[in-house]
Design a protein around this ligand. Sequence first.
Ligand code: 13P
Length: 246
Amino acid sequence: MRKLAAGNWKMNGTSAALAEVKALIGAHPAPPCEMLLCPPATLIAQMARTAKGSALMVGGQDCHPKTSGAHTGDLSAAMLADAGATHVILGHSERRTDHGETDALVKSKAEAALAANLIAIVCIGETEGQRDAGQTLAVIGRQLDGSIPAGATAANLVIAYEPVWAIGTGRTPTLAEIGEVHAFLRARLHALIGAEADGVRILYGGSVKPTNAVEIFAVPHVDGALVGGASLKAADFGAIVAALSV
Ligand code: 13P
């Protein structure tokens, strides 16, 4: 399968940041993996125009489960697609925490994404307390079961394993711990969707940097990365993209 380097800009970036996108595209005309940036919704259309004709794809960071209606401030999956998005991140831990998103809500959003022909990037991950209590696999297994959409295939679903305690902290699990979780997720996906599970990209996210990308990408069942802070700079994200050549 082709690996995926995905950047999550979170609530960062105005139109001035498109200079970084131009630099990224210019430096990586034929990247060794799929390359995706998910900017704030206000930048999706501009970034998609900037990326037109290049290898860079553009995604959203959330969508509403409904197709339209009285939901002030929300965006439907079809609106993201109309703006030029091909992917949408769903159930990021920051949304689960800041907005109380449950597995059931994430699943309904993912189903809306698939209905709009977007690829759903479903995020799961344990807190530090849960890891310390030996609950990691139980927690992420429950999140996976509850969050993945009906109709999931290798083509329309990506899973991102993001330990909450590794996000923005500079700390990462050991390579063995990452390997344990990714192998567990592959097996669990098999139980849920059968042979399609072999082709579902399982990304690692949480303090991925140019300095640790090569070793993390060598772990079995790590099919790419979901990158926060290091995706804001073309040089850093480009180095992570280049590390995915294996
Ligand atoms: P950092 O790479 O900044 O740790 O963020 C990870 C993340 O949350 C990506 O969605």
